[in-house]
Design a protein around this ligand. Sequence first.
Ligand code: NAD
Length: 269
Amino acid sequence: MKYNVINRGDDISIELMNTFHELVKPYGLVLDETEPDIVLSIGGDGTLLHAFHRYKHALDHIAFVGIHTGRLGFFADWKPDEVEQLARLMGECALENDLRAVNYPLVEIQITTQNGVETELALNEFTLKGVDTTLVAELRINDEPFETFRGDGICISTPSGSTAYNKSLGGAIVHPSLDAIQIAEIASINNRVFRTLGSSILLPKHHHCDIYPKAQQNILLSLDHLYIQRNDIVSIRSMVAAGKKVKFARFRPFPFWSRVREAFIGFER
Ligand code: NAD
C-alpha cells in the first residue's frame, strides 16, 4: 500500500509526520507522493481540505485520514497521541490489503463564461459573494425561475460540509449518507421590495441550481479554503457530483453523529 502525508508545516505536525514514517516502515507501506492509496493529513481540517484539492483528480482510488495537531477537527479526528495506534491499524490494513472507507458526496460546480464551461469540486462548500457591492443573482432550480437573491452571498454545501460554514449560517446538519447539497443564504435582504425564501434548502442528486449573477458584477467565489475573484461569470450550476465521492479511511468506528457531538457539544474521548 502506498501513502503520502500532507502536514500543516508547523513543528508539531512535521515531527508527527516523521514519527509516522518510522512507525509504518515495518509494515511495508511505501511513501508515494504521486499515486498514494491513502493520504494522511496532519494539522487541522484546513490541512485535509488542502490534501483533498491536491488529489481531487484521483478520488476513486485515494482514501483520506486526518490527525489534528490543534483543536479537535471534524475531518482530522485522530489525536496526536493516537499516532501509534493509527500507524498500527493502517499497517495491518496494508498487510491484509483490506482498507475500509466511507464515501461522502461532493458538490460539483460548472462555471459558464463567454469562453466555455469550467468544472470544479468542493468537499465542504462553494460560496458566491459580491466583491464591492451586494450580490444580486437570479436563482433557477431545475431550469425553473426560483428567486432573485440580494444580499451578502450564497453558500452551497455538501453533507460533510454542512457542519462548517453552512452551520454558521443556520443551515441544517445533514448526514453524509444522503446524496444532497444544501443552499443557504448569507445575509439576504428581505423587505417589501426584495424577497427570498429565507430558509436553507436541500437538493437531492439529479437536481441542479443555476445562479446567474447580475452582468459584470465582481464576484468572489470560494471553493473550500480557495478564493477566486471573477467578473466574467455568466452562470454557475451546482449539483451533487455524479460518480465522484470522497473516501475517508475508517480504522475504527466513529459515527457521524458522535463526531458532531464531540465537535460541537463536548464529551471528547
Ligand atoms: P479556517 O482556518 O478559518 O477554519 C475554519 C474552521 O472551520 C476551523 O475551525 C475548521 O476546523 C472548521 N471546519 C472546516 N471544515 C469543517 C467541517 N467540515 N465541519 C466542521 N468544521 C469544519 O479556514 P480553513 O482552514 O481555510 O477552512 C476553510 C473552511 O472554513 C471553509 O470550507 C468553510 O467551511 C470554513 N469557513 C467558515 C466560516 C464561518 O463559519 N463563518 C467562514 C468562512 C469559512
